[in-house]
Design a binder for this molecule. Structure first.
Ligand code: PLP
Length: 451
Protein backbone atom coordinates (compact mmCIF):
# COMPACT_ATOMS: atom_id res chain seq x y z
CA UNK A 1 0.00 0.00 0.00
CA UNK A 2 1.37 3.40 -1.00
CA UNK A 3 1.16 5.78 1.93
CA UNK A 4 -0.02 9.31 1.18
CA UNK A 5 1.12 12.14 3.43
CA UNK A 6 -1.26 15.10 3.57
CA UNK A 7 0.01 16.63 6.79
CA UNK A 8 2.78 18.97 5.66
CA UNK A 9 1.49 21.75 7.89
CA UNK A 10 2.48 19.53 10.84
CA UNK A 11 5.93 18.77 9.48
CA UNK A 12 7.72 17.86 6.27
CA UNK A 13 10.26 15.26 5.26
CA UNK A 14 13.90 16.30 5.50
CA UNK A 15 15.10 17.05 1.98
CA UNK A 16 17.95 14.91 0.64
CA UNK A 17 19.89 18.03 -0.35
CA UNK A 18 19.44 19.44 3.13
CA UNK A 19 20.68 16.21 4.68
CA UNK A 20 23.74 16.27 2.40
CA UNK A 21 24.55 19.79 3.53
CA UNK A 22 24.15 18.78 7.19
CA UNK A 23 26.16 15.56 7.06
CA UNK A 24 29.67 17.02 7.45
CA UNK A 25 28.45 19.00 10.49
CA UNK A 26 27.19 15.79 12.07
CA UNK A 27 30.47 14.00 11.44
CA UNK A 28 33.78 15.71 10.74
CA UNK A 29 32.90 19.37 11.46
CA UNK A 30 31.95 18.96 15.06
CA UNK A 31 33.45 22.05 16.67
CA UNK A 32 31.51 24.34 18.99
CA UNK A 33 30.64 27.44 16.96
CA UNK A 34 31.66 29.57 19.95
CA UNK A 35 35.19 28.16 20.18
CA UNK A 36 38.05 30.28 18.98
CA UNK A 37 40.15 27.47 17.44
CA UNK A 38 39.95 26.12 13.87
CA UNK A 39 37.30 23.49 14.78
CA UNK A 40 35.11 26.28 16.11
CA UNK A 41 35.82 28.50 13.11
CA UNK A 42 34.74 25.71 10.72
CA UNK A 43 31.49 25.35 12.59
CA UNK A 44 30.82 29.06 12.79
CA UNK A 45 31.39 29.39 9.05
CA UNK A 46 28.47 26.99 8.47
CA UNK A 47 26.27 28.93 10.92
CA UNK A 48 27.16 32.29 9.37
CA UNK A 49 26.44 31.00 5.88
CA UNK A 50 22.98 29.85 7.01
CA UNK A 51 22.36 33.19 8.71
CA UNK A 52 23.27 35.05 5.51
CA UNK A 53 20.98 32.90 3.38
CA UNK A 54 18.02 33.43 5.69
CA UNK A 55 18.66 37.15 6.13
CA UNK A 56 18.99 37.59 2.39
CA UNK A 57 15.75 35.68 1.74
CA UNK A 58 13.66 37.78 4.13
CA UNK A 59 15.34 41.09 3.24
CA UNK A 60 17.05 41.49 6.62
CA UNK A 61 20.61 42.12 7.76
CA UNK A 62 22.56 39.10 8.96
CA UNK A 63 22.88 40.51 12.47
CA UNK A 64 19.08 40.59 12.72
CA UNK A 65 18.65 36.79 12.47
CA UNK A 66 18.92 34.73 15.69
CA UNK A 67 18.78 30.96 15.73
CA UNK A 68 16.44 29.20 18.17
CA UNK A 69 15.24 25.67 18.83
CA UNK A 70 12.20 26.26 16.61
CA UNK A 71 9.09 28.34 16.14
CA UNK A 72 7.82 27.78 19.66
CA UNK A 73 10.93 29.25 21.26
CA UNK A 74 11.04 32.15 18.80
CA UNK A 75 7.40 33.04 19.57
CA UNK A 76 7.99 32.84 23.32
CA UNK A 77 11.11 34.98 23.03
CA UNK A 78 9.46 37.64 20.85
CA UNK A 79 6.46 38.07 23.11
CA UNK A 80 7.98 37.74 26.54
CA UNK A 81 11.23 39.43 25.55
CA UNK A 82 9.55 42.54 24.14
CA UNK A 83 6.96 42.72 26.94
CA UNK A 84 9.60 42.60 29.68
CA UNK A 85 11.97 45.02 27.99
CA UNK A 86 9.36 47.70 27.38
CA UNK A 87 7.37 47.94 30.63
CA UNK A 88 8.25 51.64 30.90
CA UNK A 89 6.18 52.29 27.76
CA UNK A 90 3.27 50.14 28.88
CA UNK A 91 1.96 46.68 29.66
CA UNK A 92 -0.57 46.16 26.91
CA UNK A 93 -0.26 43.52 24.16
CA UNK A 94 -2.54 42.74 21.24
CA UNK A 95 -2.77 39.36 19.57
CA UNK A 96 -5.50 37.35 17.85
CA UNK A 97 -7.62 34.50 19.17
CA UNK A 98 -6.37 32.13 16.43
CA UNK A 99 -2.63 32.27 17.14
CA UNK A 100 -0.49 29.20 17.71
CA UNK A 101 -0.43 28.03 21.35
CA UNK A 102 3.18 29.19 21.69
CA UNK A 103 1.91 32.76 21.27
CA UNK A 104 -1.29 32.37 23.28
CA UNK A 105 0.37 30.58 26.19
CA UNK A 106 3.15 33.18 26.34
CA UNK A 107 0.46 35.89 26.48
CA UNK A 108 -1.45 34.04 29.21
CA UNK A 109 1.72 33.83 31.27
CA UNK A 110 2.23 37.58 30.85
CA UNK A 111 -1.34 38.19 32.06
CA UNK A 112 -0.43 36.34 35.25
CA UNK A 113 2.50 38.73 35.60
CA UNK A 114 0.23 41.80 35.39
CA UNK A 115 0.22 42.53 31.66
CA UNK A 116 -3.03 43.18 29.82
CA UNK A 117 -3.63 41.21 26.63
CA UNK A 118 -6.33 41.89 24.04
CA UNK A 119 -7.25 38.81 21.99
CA UNK A 120 -8.77 40.07 18.75
CA UNK A 121 -11.70 38.12 17.31
CA UNK A 122 -11.73 36.85 13.73
CA UNK A 123 -14.55 36.60 11.21
CA UNK A 124 -15.99 33.26 10.04
CA UNK A 125 -13.13 32.91 7.54
CA UNK A 126 -10.44 33.38 10.19
CA UNK A 127 -9.54 36.94 9.19
CA UNK A 128 -8.46 39.58 11.72
CA UNK A 129 -10.04 42.97 11.04
CA UNK A 130 -7.51 45.78 10.60
CA UNK A 131 -10.02 48.22 12.09
CA UNK A 132 -10.18 46.03 15.23
CA UNK A 133 -6.43 46.54 15.65
CA UNK A 134 -6.95 50.29 15.21
CA UNK A 135 -9.78 50.22 17.74
CA UNK A 136 -7.82 48.32 20.41
CA UNK A 137 -4.35 49.85 20.07
CA UNK A 138 -3.42 52.48 22.67
CA UNK A 139 -0.36 54.48 23.74
CA UNK A 140 0.54 51.76 26.28
CA UNK A 141 0.50 48.96 23.67
CA UNK A 142 4.03 47.63 23.41
CA UNK A 143 3.52 44.73 21.02
CA UNK A 144 1.06 43.47 18.42
CA UNK A 145 1.53 39.83 17.42
CA UNK A 146 -0.42 38.43 14.47
CA UNK A 147 0.37 35.28 12.49
CA UNK A 148 0.83 35.57 8.72
CA UNK A 149 -0.80 32.24 7.75
CA UNK A 150 -3.02 30.25 10.06
CA UNK A 151 -1.88 26.67 10.54
CA UNK A 152 -5.38 25.15 10.75
CA UNK A 153 -7.34 26.86 7.99
CA UNK A 154 -4.62 28.59 5.96
CA UNK A 155 -6.12 32.10 6.08
CA UNK A 156 -3.56 34.79 5.20
CA UNK A 157 -3.80 37.95 7.31
CA UNK A 158 -3.47 41.52 6.03
CA UNK A 159 -0.03 41.91 7.57
CA UNK A 160 1.01 45.04 5.68
CA UNK A 161 -2.17 46.93 6.60
CA UNK A 162 -1.95 45.89 10.25
CA UNK A 163 1.70 46.95 10.33
CA UNK A 164 0.83 50.48 9.22
CA UNK A 165 -1.63 50.86 12.11
CA UNK A 166 0.84 49.42 14.60
CA UNK A 167 3.66 51.72 13.41
CA UNK A 168 1.42 54.76 13.70
CA UNK A 169 1.02 54.02 17.42
CA UNK A 170 4.71 53.29 17.97
CA UNK A 171 4.24 49.66 19.06
CA UNK A 172 6.38 46.75 17.88
CA UNK A 173 4.90 44.31 15.39
CA UNK A 174 5.67 40.58 15.62
CA UNK A 175 4.59 38.09 12.97
CA UNK A 176 4.56 34.32 13.37
CA UNK A 177 5.58 33.32 9.84
CA UNK A 178 6.06 29.61 10.49
CA UNK A 179 3.39 28.56 7.98
CA UNK A 180 4.11 31.47 5.65
CA UNK A 181 7.77 30.70 5.00
CA UNK A 182 7.01 27.92 2.52
CA UNK A 183 3.79 29.46 1.22
CA UNK A 184 4.62 32.98 0.07
CA UNK A 185 7.56 35.35 -0.42
CA UNK A 186 8.36 37.19 2.81
CA UNK A 187 10.23 40.46 3.02
CA UNK A 188 10.39 42.07 6.44
CA UNK A 189 10.49 45.61 5.01
CA UNK A 190 7.63 45.06 2.58
CA UNK A 191 5.54 43.55 5.38
CA UNK A 192 6.70 46.16 7.89
CA UNK A 193 7.49 43.75 10.71
CA UNK A 194 9.87 44.24 13.63
CA UNK A 195 10.10 40.63 14.76
CA UNK A 196 9.36 37.48 12.80
CA UNK A 197 9.26 33.79 13.74
CA UNK A 198 10.47 31.03 11.41
CA UNK A 199 10.82 27.27 11.69
CA UNK A 200 12.89 24.84 9.60
CA UNK A 201 10.85 21.65 9.71
CA UNK A 202 7.87 23.09 7.80
CA UNK A 203 10.06 23.62 4.71
CA UNK A 204 11.94 20.30 4.57
CA UNK A 205 14.56 21.39 7.06
CA UNK A 206 15.46 19.60 10.28
CA UNK A 207 13.21 19.57 13.35
CA UNK A 208 14.33 21.59 16.35
CA UNK A 209 15.65 24.55 14.38
CA UNK A 210 14.12 27.97 13.94
CA UNK A 211 14.93 31.62 14.00
CA UNK A 212 13.69 34.95 15.27
CA UNK A 213 14.21 38.01 13.10
CA UNK A 214 14.72 41.05 15.34
CA UNK A 215 14.95 44.41 13.55
CA UNK A 216 17.97 46.40 14.69
CA UNK A 217 16.94 48.80 17.44
CA UNK A 218 14.07 46.70 18.84
CA UNK A 219 14.25 46.54 22.64
CA UNK A 220 14.00 42.88 23.66
CA UNK A 221 15.20 40.95 26.69
CA UNK A 222 17.29 37.81 26.44
CA UNK A 223 15.02 34.77 26.73
CA UNK A 224 17.43 31.87 27.02
CA UNK A 225 19.95 32.68 29.71
CA UNK A 226 23.30 30.97 30.18
CA UNK A 227 25.80 31.96 27.50
CA UNK A 228 26.91 34.64 25.09
CA UNK A 229 25.98 32.79 21.93
CA UNK A 230 23.96 34.39 19.13
CA UNK A 231 25.53 37.83 19.54
CA UNK A 232 24.93 37.56 23.28
CA UNK A 233 21.17 37.42 22.85
CA UNK A 234 20.37 33.73 23.13
CA UNK A 235 22.29 31.45 25.44
CA UNK A 236 23.02 27.82 24.58
CA UNK A 237 25.40 25.95 22.28
CA UNK A 238 24.23 26.41 18.73
CA UNK A 239 22.80 23.30 17.04
CA UNK A 240 25.20 23.66 14.14
CA UNK A 241 24.01 20.81 11.85
CA UNK A 242 20.37 21.89 12.27
CA UNK A 243 21.16 25.53 11.59
CA UNK A 244 23.16 24.59 8.49
CA UNK A 245 20.21 22.45 7.35
CA UNK A 246 17.80 25.33 8.00
CA UNK A 247 19.90 27.60 5.80
CA UNK A 248 19.90 25.05 2.99
CA UNK A 249 16.14 24.50 3.33
CA UNK A 250 15.52 28.25 2.99
CA UNK A 251 17.81 28.37 -0.06
CA UNK A 252 15.87 25.54 -1.74
CA UNK A 253 12.56 27.08 -0.71
CA UNK A 254 13.57 30.38 -2.34
CA UNK A 255 14.57 28.53 -5.51
CA UNK A 256 11.35 26.48 -5.73
CA UNK A 257 8.71 28.77 -4.22
CA UNK A 258 7.09 30.05 -7.42
CA UNK A 259 6.88 26.57 -8.93
CA UNK A 260 5.73 25.10 -5.60
CA UNK A 261 2.97 27.67 -5.16
CA UNK A 262 1.63 27.02 -8.68
CA UNK A 263 1.68 23.26 -8.09
CA UNK A 264 0.00 23.58 -4.69
CA UNK A 265 -2.67 25.82 -6.18
CA UNK A 266 -3.42 23.19 -8.85
CA UNK A 267 -3.43 20.35 -6.33
CA UNK A 268 -5.60 22.04 -3.73
CA UNK A 269 -8.05 23.31 -6.37
CA UNK A 270 -8.28 19.83 -7.88
CA UNK A 271 -8.87 18.34 -4.43
CA UNK A 272 -11.50 20.91 -3.43
CA UNK A 273 -13.42 20.52 -6.71
CA UNK A 274 -13.33 16.77 -6.45
CA UNK A 275 -14.55 16.44 -2.87
CA UNK A 276 -17.20 19.07 -3.42
CA UNK A 277 -18.47 17.01 -6.35
CA UNK A 278 -18.16 13.60 -4.68
CA UNK A 279 -19.16 14.22 -1.07
CA UNK A 280 -22.35 15.86 0.16
CA UNK A 281 -22.66 18.11 3.19
CA UNK A 282 -19.13 19.41 3.46
CA UNK A 283 -17.76 22.91 3.96
CA UNK A 284 -14.35 24.31 3.00
CA UNK A 285 -13.03 26.58 5.73
CA UNK A 286 -10.76 29.60 5.62
CA UNK A 287 -10.80 32.72 3.52
CA UNK A 288 -11.31 31.82 -0.14
CA UNK A 289 -9.58 35.00 -1.36
CA UNK A 290 -6.66 34.99 1.10
CA UNK A 291 -5.57 31.44 1.73
CA UNK A 292 -2.41 29.38 1.60
CA UNK A 293 -2.58 26.85 -1.23
CA UNK A 294 -0.94 24.31 1.06
CA UNK A 295 -3.81 23.99 3.54
CA UNK A 296 -7.39 22.82 2.94
CA UNK A 297 -9.63 22.55 5.99
CA UNK A 298 -12.85 20.61 5.45
CA UNK A 299 -15.85 20.17 7.74
CA UNK A 300 -17.76 16.90 7.20
CA UNK A 301 -21.28 17.09 8.51
CA UNK A 302 -22.21 14.25 10.86
CA UNK A 303 -18.71 12.90 11.41
CA UNK A 304 -16.21 12.69 14.28
CA UNK A 305 -12.90 13.85 12.79
CA UNK A 306 -10.88 11.54 15.03
CA UNK A 307 -12.70 8.51 13.61
CA UNK A 308 -12.16 9.69 10.05
CA UNK A 309 -8.44 10.16 10.72
CA UNK A 310 -8.22 6.63 12.12
CA UNK A 311 -10.01 5.11 9.09
CA UNK A 312 -7.87 7.07 6.63
CA UNK A 313 -4.76 6.06 8.54
CA UNK A 314 -5.71 2.40 8.12
CA UNK A 315 -5.70 3.09 4.37
CA UNK A 316 -2.27 4.74 4.58
CA UNK A 317 -3.52 8.33 4.33
CA UNK A 318 -2.15 10.80 6.88
CA UNK A 319 -4.21 13.90 7.72
CA UNK A 320 -4.86 15.76 10.93
CA UNK A 321 -7.63 17.49 12.82
CA UNK A 322 -5.87 20.82 13.15
CA UNK A 323 -2.67 22.08 14.64
CA UNK A 324 0.06 19.50 14.98
CA UNK A 325 0.28 20.01 18.71
CA UNK A 326 -3.49 19.90 19.24
CA UNK A 327 -3.87 16.68 17.26
CA UNK A 328 -3.10 13.83 19.59
CA UNK A 329 -5.09 15.61 22.25
CA UNK A 330 -8.87 15.80 22.04
CA UNK A 331 -8.91 19.46 22.93
CA UNK A 332 -11.29 21.34 20.68
CA UNK A 333 -9.70 23.70 18.18
CA UNK A 334 -9.57 27.29 19.49
CA UNK A 335 -9.14 28.47 15.90
CA UNK A 336 -12.36 26.92 14.60
CA UNK A 337 -14.20 27.98 17.78
CA UNK A 338 -13.03 31.58 17.23
CA UNK A 339 -14.41 31.34 13.68
CA UNK A 340 -17.82 30.67 15.21
CA UNK A 341 -18.09 26.97 14.43
CA UNK A 342 -20.27 24.71 16.60
CA UNK A 343 -18.78 21.82 18.61
CA UNK A 344 -20.12 19.30 16.08
CA UNK A 345 -18.63 21.25 13.18
CA UNK A 346 -15.30 21.50 14.97
CA UNK A 347 -15.21 17.81 15.70
CA UNK A 348 -16.03 17.06 12.04
CA UNK A 349 -13.19 19.18 10.67
CA UNK A 350 -10.08 17.74 9.05
CA UNK A 351 -6.98 19.54 7.79
CA UNK A 352 -5.44 18.31 4.53
CA UNK A 353 -2.07 19.93 3.89
CA UNK A 354 -0.20 19.46 0.65
CA UNK A 355 3.32 19.40 -0.62
CA UNK A 356 4.75 19.24 -4.12
CA UNK A 357 5.45 15.52 -4.01
CA UNK A 358 1.68 14.82 -3.87
CA UNK A 359 0.25 13.82 -7.27
CA UNK A 360 -3.23 14.13 -8.81
CA UNK A 361 -3.44 10.37 -8.74
CA UNK A 362 -2.78 10.49 -4.96
CA UNK A 363 -5.67 12.92 -4.67
CA UNK A 364 -7.92 10.60 -6.71
CA UNK A 365 -7.07 7.81 -4.25
CA UNK A 366 -7.64 10.05 -1.25
CA UNK A 367 -11.04 11.23 -2.47
CA UNK A 368 -12.13 7.68 -3.33
CA UNK A 369 -11.14 6.43 0.14
CA UNK A 370 -12.66 9.51 1.75
CA UNK A 371 -16.01 8.82 0.07
CA UNK A 372 -16.04 5.27 1.45
CA UNK A 373 -14.97 6.30 4.96
CA UNK A 374 -17.39 9.22 5.15
CA UNK A 375 -20.28 7.03 4.01
CA UNK A 376 -19.37 4.36 6.56
CA UNK A 377 -19.10 6.85 9.41
CA UNK A 378 -22.25 8.75 8.50
CA UNK A 379 -24.30 5.54 8.59
CA UNK A 380 -23.74 5.20 12.31
CA UNK A 381 -22.96 8.76 13.15
CA UNK A 382 -23.76 9.67 16.76
CA UNK A 383 -23.67 13.30 15.63
CA UNK A 384 -26.48 12.74 13.09
CA UNK A 385 -28.47 10.87 15.77
CA UNK A 386 -27.86 13.67 18.22
CA UNK A 387 -29.07 16.16 15.61
CA UNK A 388 -32.22 14.14 14.90
CA UNK A 389 -32.93 13.78 18.60
CA UNK A 390 -32.39 17.46 19.12
CA UNK A 391 -34.97 18.21 16.42
CA UNK A 392 -37.46 15.77 17.94
CA UNK A 393 -37.02 17.18 21.41
CA UNK A 394 -37.62 20.74 20.26
CA UNK A 395 -41.20 22.05 20.42
CA UNK A 396 -42.58 21.94 16.87
CA UNK A 397 -42.82 25.37 15.34
CA UNK A 398 -46.34 26.06 14.02
CA UNK A 399 -46.77 27.70 10.64
CA UNK A 400 -49.49 30.31 10.12
CA UNK A 401 -51.54 27.77 8.14
CA UNK A 402 -51.25 25.17 10.93
CA UNK A 403 -52.34 27.75 13.49
CA UNK A 404 -55.46 28.65 11.45
CA UNK A 405 -56.42 24.97 11.06
CA UNK A 406 -55.92 24.37 14.77
CA UNK A 407 -58.09 27.40 15.64
CA UNK A 408 -60.95 26.27 13.39
CA UNK A 409 -60.71 22.71 14.80
CA UNK A 410 -61.07 24.13 18.33
CA UNK A 411 -64.10 26.12 17.16
CA UNK A 412 -65.75 23.00 15.68
CA UNK A 413 -65.04 21.10 18.91
CA UNK A 414 -66.63 23.90 20.96
CA UNK A 415 -69.69 23.94 18.65
CA UNK A 416 -70.04 20.18 19.04
CA UNK A 417 -70.05 20.52 22.83
CA UNK A 418 -72.68 23.28 22.79
CA UNK A 419 -74.85 21.26 20.39
CA UNK A 420 -74.52 18.17 22.63
CA UNK A 421 -75.58 20.16 25.69
CA UNK A 422 -78.65 21.48 23.80
CA UNK A 423 -79.62 17.95 22.78
CA UNK A 424 -79.22 16.72 26.35
CA UNK A 425 -81.62 19.41 27.51
CA UNK A 426 -84.18 18.55 24.79
CA UNK A 427 -83.81 14.80 25.49
CA UNK A 428 -84.36 15.35 29.19
CA UNK A 429 -87.54 17.21 28.40
CA UNK A 430 -88.75 14.51 25.93
CA UNK A 431 -87.30 11.62 27.97
CA UNK A 432 -85.33 10.29 24.89
CA UNK A 433 -81.78 8.58 24.93
CA UNK A 434 -78.95 10.97 23.96
CA UNK A 435 -76.87 10.33 20.81
CA UNK A 436 -73.14 10.45 21.61
CA UNK A 437 -71.61 12.72 18.95
CA UNK A 438 -72.52 15.01 16.10
CA UNK A 439 -71.16 12.40 13.65
CA UNK A 440 -73.18 9.64 15.31
CA UNK A 441 -76.21 11.81 14.91
CA UNK A 442 -75.89 11.53 11.11
CA UNK A 443 -75.55 7.73 11.13
CA UNK A 444 -79.20 6.82 11.79
CA UNK A 445 -80.18 8.98 8.77
CA UNK A 446 -78.07 6.88 6.38
CA UNK A 447 -79.31 3.72 8.07
CA UNK A 448 -82.75 4.93 7.29
CA UNK A 449 -81.78 5.31 3.63
CA UNK A 450 -80.40 1.75 3.61
CA UNK A 451 -83.62 0.50 4.88
N1 PLP B 1 3.58 28.73 14.81
C1 PLP B 1 2.81 28.09 13.91
C2 PLP B 1 1.84 28.86 13.08
C3 PLP B 1 2.96 26.71 13.73
O1 PLP B 1 2.19 26.08 12.83
C4 PLP B 1 3.90 26.01 14.53
C5 PLP B 1 4.01 24.55 14.42
O2 PLP B 1 3.08 23.82 14.13
C6 PLP B 1 4.68 26.73 15.45
C7 PLP B 1 4.48 28.08 15.56
C8 PLP B 1 5.69 26.05 16.30
O3 PLP B 1 6.84 25.77 15.55
P1 PLP B 1 7.85 24.62 16.03
O4 PLP B 1 7.20 23.32 15.74
O5 PLP B 1 9.08 24.84 15.21
O6 PLP B 1 8.10 24.83 17.47
Amino acid sequence: MKRIYLDSAATTMLSGEVLQEMMPYMTSIYGNSNSLHSFGREAVAGVDKARDIIANYIGAKSNEVFFTSGGTEANNWAIRGVAHANVKKGKHIITSSIEHHSVLDACKQLEKEGFEVTYLPVDETGLVSVSDVLHEIRPTTVLVSIMAVNNEVGTIQNIRAISETVKFYGAYFHVDAVQALGAMPINVDDLGVDLMTMSAHKIHGPKGAGALYIRNGVKIDKFMLGGEQEMNRRGGTVNVPAVVGFGKAVELNARDLAFKDKKLYELSTYFINKIQYEIEDIKINGNPRQKSNAIVSVTFDGIEGENLIALLDMEGIAVSTGSACASGSLEKSHVLAAMGMTDDEISGTIRFSFDIDVTKSDIDTVVRVLCECVEKLRKNSPIKTRKKNAVQEEAPVETKKEKTIKASETKVEANKKTEKKKEEKVAKKQDKPVEKTVENKKAPKSKKKEK
